[in-house]
Design a protein around this ligand. Sequence first.
Ligand SMILES: CC(C)(COP(=O)(O)OP(=O)(O)OC[C@H]1O[C@@H](n2cnc3c(N)ncnc32)[C@H](O)[C@@H]1OP(=O)(O)O)[C@@H](O)C(=O)NCCC(=O)NCCS
Length: 153
Amino acid sequence: LLAIATMPRADDALKIRRAVARDAPALSRLLHEVGFPSSSSEVAKRLKSLPNPVFVAVRNRKVIGLLTTNIMPVLHRPTAVGRLSALFVSKQERSRGVGRALVAAAEQYLKSVGCALVEVTSNLRLKDAHAFYEHLGYEATSVRFKRALHPKG
Ligand SMILES: CC(C)(COP(=O)(O)OP(=O)(O)OC[C@H]1O[C@@H](n2cnc3c(N)ncnc32)[C@H](O)[C@@H]1OP(=O)(O)O)[C@@H](O)C(=O)NCCC(=O)NCCS
């Protein structure tokens, strides 16, 4: 009995799966927490319109991380370029392998659809994120230039 009581429940295990429409409220909460406030209905609308998958990390039925992907067809390379376009892990869940598991799932997916390369852009200020990507085998090779085309940009 003791053994059963102390055994980790299946819900405790980290699961990575594709996001579905009913995840919108949890994704909205996570985006608020990490500084990208978007209402649940806005997130639901965007989720529906995204052409490429969003992966979520779930523990105890709670969404604790998200990673969005993009497949960018290009003329100058033989295969489309895979992109990790947003990656966030809930603050109290960091440093427990969630980011690594999300990136692994996204890489597996991007490889399965034919991308020979995966890339990510990361704000110059986010030194910890850079160390994380480098630790996972990513190499810093480019600088991103941006210009707003609209006040929302
Ligand atoms: C960056 C982020 C996604 C990492 O997720 P995480 O769940 O905390 O990272 P993990 O626990 O999966 O770490 C995976 C590995 O990277 C290493 N790592 C993580 N952060 C590191 C750092 N700052 N320096 C060196 N190594 C680091 C871990 O030690 C771990 O190594 P191991 O698996 O070999 O033991 C998360 O901290 C986060 O959401 N940060 C804020 C948002 C952000 O910056 N997103 C990226 C925007 S481009």
